[in-house]
Design a protein around this ligand. Structure first.
Ligand SMILES: NC(=O)c1ccc[n+]([C@@H]2O[C@H](COP(=O)([O-])OP(=O)(O)OC[C@H]3O[C@@H](n4cnc5c(N)ncnc54)[C@H](O)[C@@H]3O)[C@@H](O)[C@H]2O)c1
Ligand SMILES: [Zn+2]
Ligand SMILES: [Zn+2]
Length: 368
């Protein structure tokens, strides 16, 4: 079928919204009609050409939500008409990692996905007979996409899809960092560095876990205000003195849990140092630039601080995204506050500009 999609043709150039061909879903695959899709930093990172593993041409987009249009052979977990959230982090429920229950890093389709192919090593996207690669296994800057069923979370039909799409990446990453990776205990003191989509999600996650004090640290007063609305008890301006300030506020010990959601290694170090001696856990969700390293004095670890990395918030996508959407529908998570701009697919490059200008938290593409 012919569809419109935003194609990354050349690194560093605007995406080109044009017609491409999309083939029918094969075994284990699903054709999804997109209804909404958030514009995330990873899309821009790849489009800019800075990501060394990037490739072109490809159809970007990974924060999608839509409706199942058709299923290929052997698909059992979703059917036509189901509402789904796309998962760049799939859950096959069968691989060693999925069965362990100890990680959300499913091994089933990793290699092919990283190279831009569907699990059978081919693409469904093309133009003039020439293949176009998929991006993050999702390619949701498009009217339709074909994805493996193990990469689709089925969500309740009464949940607005423009909100549900944010659970496909940034929001779940932040919520999950607090709820699953750190598993914050009630009554804790938490510090969240960064108040973008991920950090604000972490603030909400700490609140849902029953944290007593949630300090959010950012450079922007507007964003700190948003953090307060999500449950932060304190909003502090970032700076060199922030670790000392956190220690002061915690009788010299540091916070029970710290979260890093800026992608800056200097902030990651602050997050480690601001964690409490004895049991403080620092969870790192930010993605650092290629080649950057985190500088930690080993004594900080000997003193009982721990560091955990978190991909997609440790969320097991097919099982837990629907649960998170339920909590949104129960009024426990204010997702609508994160939708700053609604744009059309044709305006996708404007979504990038708004993100670079830090104008709002998320621009969401709405498909007619
Ligand atoms: N681990 C994952 O699976 C995953 C998923 C999505 C995004 N991410 C990463 O998470 C990070 C955050 O994403 P986002 O969408 O929230 O980004 P964002 O750019 O919207 O937010 C980052 C925030 O950090 C703040 N900041 C900058 N310098 C700071 C400092 N010195 N101290 C405190 N705050 C500072 C900025 O003002 C901004 O509000 C990025 O690195 C992104 O790549 C990771
Ligand atoms: Zn993302
Ligand atoms: Zn798996």
């Amino acid at each position: 079928m012919k569809i419109r999609a935003a194609v990354l043709e050349e690194f560093g150039e605007p995406l080109v919204v044009r017609e491409v061909d999309l083939a029918e879903p094969r075994a284990g695959e699903v054709l999804v009609r997109l209804v909404a899709c958030g514009v995330c930093h990873t899309d821009l990172y790849t489009a800019s050409g800075v990501d060394p593993s990037g490739y072109a041409p490809t159809v970007l987009g990974h924060e999608g939500a839509g409706i199942v249009e058709r299923v290929g052979p052997d698909v059992t977990s979703v059917q036509e008409g189901d509402h789904v959230v796309t998962l760049f982090s799939p859950q096959c429920r069968e691989c060693e990692h999925c069965r362990s229950g100890r990680t959300n890093l499913c091994l089933a389709i990793r290699e092919q996905q990283n190279r831009g192919f569907l699990p059978d090593g081919t693409t469904r996207l093309s133009r003039d007979g020439e293949p176009i690669r998929h991006f993050m296994g999702t390619s949701t800057f498009a009217e339709y996409t074909v994805m493996p069923e193990i990469a689709l979370a089925k969500v309740r039909r009464d949940a607005p899809l423009e909100a549900a799409c944010l659970f496909a990446c940034g929001l779940s990453t932040g919520l999950g960092a607090a709820m699953y990776t750190a598993a914050v205990r009630p009554g804790s003191t938490c510090v969240v560095f960064g108040a973008g989509m991920v950090g604000l999600g972490a603030v909400a996650g700490c609140r849902l876990q029953g944290a007593e004090r949630i300090i959010c640290v950012d450079l922007s007063e507007d964003r700190l205000e948003m953090a307060r609305a999500q449950g932060a008890t304190d909003g502090w301006t970032a700076g060199e003195d922030i670790v000392a300030r956190i220690q002061e506020a915690t009788r010299g010990f540091g916070a029970d849990y710290t979260f890093e959601a800026t992608g800056r290694v200097a902030v990651m170090r602050q997050a480690v140092e601001a964690a409490r001696m004895g049991w403080g856990l620092c969870t790192i969700a930010g993605v650092a630039g290629k080649g950057e390293t985190l500088d930690v004095i080993p004594r900080w670890l000997i003193q009982g601080r721990r560091i955990a990395g978190s991909s997609f918030g440790g969320v097991h996508g097919r099982d837990q995204v629907p649960e998170l959407v339920d909590r949104y529908m129960a009024g426990e998570i204010d997702v609508d506050a994160f939708i700053s701009h609604r744009i059309t697919l044709n305006e996708v490059n404007r979504g990038f500009e708004l993100m670079e200008a830090q104008d709002g938290i998320r621009s969401v593409i709405q498909f007619a």
